[in-house]
Write a protein that binds this ligand. Structure first.
Ligand SMILES: [Zn+2]
Length: 344
């Protein structure tokens, strides 16, 4: 089968690799009908050390089940399924707590150990715990929005949940990538009265406003903090969705939170240490977040997508076949595209 393999920074190739097959009796093999490139794929795209073996990329997919292992009970051949970016057994203590990204038998797709989904097919460990059957056909018009349940919509929602967004609250979203834009949808959906987007790209800002952003701050650093204070009677916001993961964005996130506020972090942190420990302490700011248990959120978000009340699939502004995936990485890295959908 053909798959996307990254060999080093800027070096993405489409290659013939061994077919995805059942290895464990709890596995399924899924023929990928839709996949996509993630903002988090751009970190290795910028920094990966050259590798002889490469890494099979991709952790977001919808597809049709082609085969299941002997111990798979719920997922059936020919089901159309959405695959969260992490696999999980659905039965351990953390899965029961709704934190499937900490599953004791879990892991992440598109890593060195588990091949990714920017491919013609993908092996899905723990199929019963991981996959969710979609009640639509494989070419349904809702496919882009359903695909965001793999990662970005669930991740934006996790940022909003961990930032304690609720009715009447003022939220701010740091970052205007696909996750930040989904964070705007999530903050509005959970009842935020004011949603301030911190972002700089005109096309993304326009989409954020359609998703429910009430204010936009395009300044950076101290000027951004000043602008947010002006928009909030000088107090700052209740809930900050940190959707970038750089030192500057984390610092800004803590500094725009009002005393007693909360920061929900979903941007993968690029540093070992967290900035602004003292302002967070003196202002009683909760700092939470982490890898989103998107599996836990699918049941909650799916009905809203099916009835059309949210349209996170609008973050996809480019569609490509497998052959052009390397150019998709380039386009996202150059900020030509917000998010690229792949039709293998
Ligand atoms: Zn588990």
């Amino acid at each position: 089968m053909r798959a996307t393999v990254m060999y080093g920074a800027g070096d993405v190739r489409i290659e013939n690799v061994p077919d995805a097959t059942i290895i464990e009796p709890t596995d399924a093999v899924v023929r990928v009908t839709r996949a996509c490139i993630c903002g988090s794929d751009l970190w290795p795209y910028k920094t990966m050390e050259p590798s002889d073996n490469g890494r099979m990329m991709g952790h977001e997919a919808i597809g049709v089940v082609e085969a299941v292992g002997a111990d798979v009970r719920e997922i059936k051949h020919a089901d159309l399924v959405v695959m969260p970016f992490a696999f999980s057994d659905g039965t351990c203590v953390f899965c029961h707590e709704g934190l499937q990204t900490s599953c004791v038998h879990g892991g992440f797709f598109g890593t060195v150990d588990v091949p990714g989904a920017q491919a013609e097919a993908v092996r899905v460990p723990q199929a019963d715990g991981t996959l969710v059957v979609l009640p639509v056909g494989e070419d349904d018009a809702l496919m882009p929005s359903l695909l965001t349940l793999s990662d970005v919509m669930g991740t934006g929602h996790h940022a909003a949940v961990t930032a304690k967004v609720g009715p009447g609250k003022i939220a701010a979203v740091v970052g205007d990538g696909a996750v930040g834009l989904c964070g705007v949808i999530a903050a509005k959906r959970l009842g935020a009265e004011q949603v301030i987007l911190l972002g700089r790209h005109p096309d993304r800002i326009a989409l954020a406003r359609e998703f429910g952003a009430t204010d936009v701050v395009s300044e950076r650093g101290d000027e951004a903090i000043e602008r947010v204070r002006e928009l909030t009677d000088g107090y700052g916001v209740h809930a900050v969705l940190e959707c970038v993961g750089l030192e500057q964005s984390e610092l800004t996130a803590i500094q725009i939170a009002r005393p007693g506020g909360a920061v929900g972090r979903v941007g993968v942190p690029q540093d070992e240490t967290m900035p602004a420990s003292q302002p967070a302490f003196y202002n009683n700011i909760s700092v939470s977040g982490g890898p989103a248990p998107v599996r836990a959120y699918i049941e909650e978000l799916l009905p809203d997508i099916l009835e059309g009340s949210i349209e996170p699939g609008r973050v996809f502004d480019r569609v490509t076949g497998l052959d052009d995936v390397p150019d998709g990485y380039r386009a996202m890295n150059d900020r030509e595209a917000i998010k690229v959908m792949v039709t293998p």
